[in-house]
Design a protein around this ligand. Structure first.
Ligand SMILES: Nc1ncnc2c1ncn2[C@@H]1O[C@H](COP(=O)(O)OP(=O)(O)O)[C@@H](O)[C@H]1O
Ligand SMILES: [Mg+2]
Length: 211
């Protein structure tokens, strides 16, 4: 089974997963090679780091230039099976990541696997990085909430249970981060509103004058 996305080709073969970063033709060849190599290395590093901190992730078996070889997690994407209990556990584990300064960078329900063993695994650390600011944590959580809103009917309940888990594992800063998430949402609304207004104004200005 082969999954092709924007950045990578992911091949599931037996017990293993091969994630190969593909060439971007619009990038200068040498630079492209370097970027792919660095992202591959950084993804491997952060996947392992997360697991050491207690967040289940696939075991990395091998890192080549542009390719990761890792453990295949048997289970379902959270996208397909998420409920309030799973969302709470996801929140708890994101709290553990953030407590340790790990920003996932692409928190969606397609990057979380609910194992047949009932363990919740995080995958896809291709955009992850280490940072301590409230803002990056806020963006991380905001992205997850946006994903819930976009794909899951009972997103308000899922959001609440995520928050419950997040607060439990990250009591020192959860309130601060969640306050920032609300701010980020307000900013987004404001930007959308301004865009709408300027689009309307443009429309008006381009109206054919009647005489
Ligand atoms: N270790 C793994 N075990 C099982 N499935 C995986 C694993 N890694 C990736 N996948 C599957 O491949 C898909 C794409 O992998 P991902 O790392 O998220 O790449 P991308 O950066 O392209 O989104 C995932 O959504 C999941 O379905
Ligand atoms: Mg992904």
């Amino acid at each position: 089974m082969i999954i092709q996305c924007a950045e990578a080709i992911v091949e599931l073969k037996g017990d293993l997963v091969y994630k190969r970063r593909i060439e971007k033709r619009y990038r200068v060849k040498e630079l492209d090679k370097r970027i792919r190599k660095e992202r591959t290395k950084s993804e491997a590093k952060l996947i392992s780091q997360a697991r050491r901190k207690g967040v289940p992730t696939p075991i990395i078996f091998d890192v080549h230039d542009h390719e990761l070889v890792m453990e295949r997690i048997e289970g379902d994407l959270a996208r397909e099976v998420i409920d309030v209990a799973i969302s709470e556990r996801i929140g708890e584990l994101v709290g553990v990541l953030h407590r340790n300064g790990i920003i996932h960078g692409d928190l969606t329900t397609s990057n979380v696997i609910v194992g047949h063993d009932k363990i919740i695994y995080f995958i896809d650390f291709g955009l992850a990085f280490i940072e301590s600011s409230v803002e990056t944590k806020g963006v991380d959580v905001h992205v997850f909430f946006q994903c819930l809103r976009g794909t899951h009917e009972s997103h308000e309940l899922l959001k609440e249970s995520f928050i419950k888990g997040y607060k439990r594992s990250f009591p020192n800063a959860a309130a601060q981060v969640l306050k920032r998430v609300a701010e980020i949402e307000r900013r987004g609304r404001y930007v959308r509103q301004r865009k709408m207004e300027s689009a309307k104004a443009n429309l008006k200005n381009h109206e054919i004058p009647q005489d």
